[in-house]
Ligand binder design. Sequence first.
Ligand code: NAD
Ligand code: IPM
Ligand code: MN
Length: 353
Amino acid sequence: MSYEIALIPGDGIGQTVVDASRPLLDAAADREDVSLEYTEFDWGSERYLEQGAMMPDDGVDQLRGHDAILLGAVGHPEIPDHVTLRGLMLPIRKRLNQQICKRPSFLYEGVESPLRGYAGGDIDLVVFRENTEGEYADVGGREHQGFDHELAVQSAVFTREGTETVVRAAFEAAKERDGKLTNVTKSNAQAYGMVLWDEVVEELSEEYPSVEVERLLVDAAAMDFIRRPETFDVVVASNLFGDILTDVGAIIAGSMGLAPSANLCVDGDAPSMFEPVHGSAPDIVGEGIANPLATVLSGAMLFDDIGESAVGDRLRRVVRTQLADPDAPRTPDLGGDSGTEAVVADLRNRLGE
Ligand code: NAD
Ligand code: IPM
Ligand code: MN
């Protein structure tokens, strides 16, 4: 089978990790008689600096016909982040109705967690993050700029439909996994949207009697990701809370450079988008040391989504064996001294027939 993939390397290390991972994804696909046809889009901050826009006006529509999208990262130190992100990644998530962001956090054997006493497999959780509304709704405004009475309004938006979509996906995942769902909100302080959210969780829980539901406030959840990460199975949270918790989830499992993510369009009308959790990492850009594994694992999620999970399994297998091998190359974020290319070359050698 052949699939049409939209490739958006984007900015900073996004370009490094996508360029490096692409031949590996092809090689893994080839082993299962799958091929990927890429359309590469040079959208991002360089385009913004030259042409004043991150992508063309019809950019999102150009993506629609593809089977999936692979994105590197977006963000440039010389351009305000709200300009770059609102010009590229956020409109894709929203306008392609990618309502669910799925972010697994798994501590691989051979990877050291900054948490004392955790070994391979001890951390194995997945966050389902609402992805098109909540605190990221583009609703608000500013007035009286430059005056003492200047004001800014930023509204969070919670719809029953959007909340139900992500909560149901989280329940389904919990049913298939260890049967536990942690619902993370802040309904002690956010009495409208978050209370609606809690009610939706309560209502849907009736349909999933085999799933145990735990309820945590987000501040306590952040603490418990550190104190007792082994007790989490599936976590469901709003857009902003899911964003914050998944950086914590990434680092307790060893590195930002290991954390993959999937932005899923569940109504089937538009492609889903796969991207590492990390950003463009300006502090290491150009050094050739960005860890490509988060992108490779995002690629594995892409293959699962297009119905080629045998390719996804192959990729996860080589990542697992590489990380478990103390002699394998690893990037500095994992305590090694190898570069991006050496890690990918080693993975290719491990692919087998
Ligand atoms: P970041 O994720 O880019 O970097 C945080 C830290 O993690 C840095 O020290 C970085 O060197 C390290 N790191 C990240 N990915 C790594 C990898 N693959 N290998 C090794 N080390 C890695 O977060 P930030 O510094 O807060 O943001 C930088 C820029 O990226 C900002 O413009 C921000 O808005 C943007 N951003 C974009 C996305 C995205 O496109 N999905 C996500 C997060 C941040
Ligand atoms: C992520 C990023 C984005 C988010 C930013 C860059 C808008 O942090 O994908 O985790 O918060 O969704
Ligand atoms: Mn983030």
